[in-house]
Write a protein that binds this ligand. Sequence first.
Ligand code: ATP
Ligand code: LTN
Length: 340
Amino acid sequence: MTRVLSGVQPSGDVHLGNYLGALRIWVSDQKEADAFYCIVDLHALTKENDPAELSRRTLDMAAVLLAVGLDPDVCTIFVQSHVAEHTGLAWLLECTATMGELNRMTQFKDKGRDDESVRVGLFAYPVLMAADILLYDTDRVPVGDDQRQHLELARDLAIRFNGRYGETFTVPEAAIPKVGARVMDLQNPTSKMSKSVLSPQGTVLLLDDPATIDRKIRRAVTDTETEVRYDPGTKPGVSNLLEILGAATGRSPEDCAAGYSAYGPLKSDTAQAVIEMVAPIQERYRELIADRNTLGQVLIEGAAKARAVATTTFERASQAIGLLPPPWEGRLREGREKFR
Ligand code: ATP
Ligand code: LTN
């Protein structure tokens, strides 16, 4: 069975881009693959954070994942820091990755390469992500378009490690959706919708109430023309609305464009489609967030299932690179032999 793994940061509120670009694909993938979904709290430490907020948001993200339709009986939902092998493997991979390679990561360039106070963790971020993926013998990684370069690095590191130390890792493929892979900010449609933008008006949150969704979409920046046409290069605002409408209604953006001759109706239909899409998610979320015991139980079971896979891969990688097997759990003899 195909193994799928993906991750989401517990930093900030989940937005339409996260849902259309990643989470809803996770939901459909869980039925067809052996899927592991990770709340990447260690990645969230690469920027300033409030400790109490981080743990609250981590549990909150578990509720969101269940609310969008992930079923813990079918897939594995877990928190990255609950499986210590993620940081262990990240170190092994950091010792094979190069400064040049990480310096070329566009996300690092955009988020502060030229700032002396930029954290080492932010620089090493893509290597930790590669560890997340490679630990689970992952075949396919469903992500939004912004993660393409990080996936390339994960592949490069796997191929390099296998070449130097023998077949250890499965080389993963990125799975990027055709529609919704890059939802843009409604106020600034040449930048991607993001959790970490200053103005909230351009970001539709999955848990925004209907009136807020309607207002944000109606105020979306378009252009001075009136023609509704899908053309992201010259009409980024209108094309973004068409992409959102298409993703929410299961059509292509081009098909959606054919039905409109003015921006007003396009905006109101897009808002309506989004409101209808998120309504059942919001209802489930409200029930789940009140039930902390169930959320905790899901994460305990998820960590146990994830650990069972991660420890095996980590051991394989450690031994391939030449680390002495630990002298416990029946390994004492094996270890002594290696010493001789
Ligand atoms: P930030 O932009 O603040 O770094 P984020 O919004 O990208 O955070 P993540 O948790 O890093 O959120 O991403 C979770 C998933 O959502 C990833 O697969 C990512 O590719 C996808 N994603 C994020 N933003 C968008 C977007 N605007 N359009 C489509 N997919 C997106
Ligand atoms: N870097 C990703 C989050 C992430 C991830 C992963 C995605 C961390 N580890 C492993 C897929 C697989 C992001 O910012 N969206």
